[in-house]
Design a protein around this ligand. Structure first.
Ligand SMILES: [Zn+2]
Length: 150
């Protein structure tokens, strides 16, 4: 890959897709264009696809540090699995495409615990080298204050 694609800060950030984090997170972290890889999904859950992106970031793009950044008032805390299932059926989709929709959706019960779990998953994943620094943070969605959790 071209050297221009390599993040200047050797940093990857895994965070939530929340609309309120757009621009806000990078501003609060002091991340500018070209500085970091930013991987987003609903609830910053560390799925195998997040690991895939981290593997590329680490081995091809020289990332040395990973920040998992959750946030307060995350929508994934209040996801109603039964409601989604009902709406899927109403709209002709099939909620039984996966054996356990609830598990597949990865609803969050606690934003801090979710970050701690995510950091743990990354640190203990067989594809991730032990020399990578992995840290967990929680951002206040109103103020942008960043609290280090682990
Ligand atoms: Zn969120």
């Amino acid at each position: 890959m071209g050297s221009n694609a390599k993040p200047k800060k050797k940093l990857a950030v895994v965070t939530c897709m929340d609309t309120r984090l757009v621009n806000f997170l990078s501003e609060k972290l002091g991340i500018e264009r070209g500085d970091a890889k930013v991987i987003k999904n609903a609830g910053n859950v560390i799925t195998e696809d997040v690991i895939r992106s981290l593997v590329v970031a680490i081995y091809c793009l020289d990332v040395e540090r990973v920040m998992v950044v959750g946030h307060t008032d995350c929508g994934m805390m209040s996801v109603d699995v039964e409601e989604i299932k009902k709406k899927m059926i109403e709209r002709g989709a099939n909620p039984y495409f996966t054996p356990n929709l609830k598990c597949w959706l990865s609803k969050i019960d606690d934003e801090e615990k979710n970050v701690i779990k995510g950091v743990d998953v990354i640190k203990n994943h067989p594809a991730i080298p032990k020399d990578i620094v992995v840290e967990g943070y929680l951002m206040d969605i109103e103020t942008g204050d960043l609290k280090k959790i682990c």
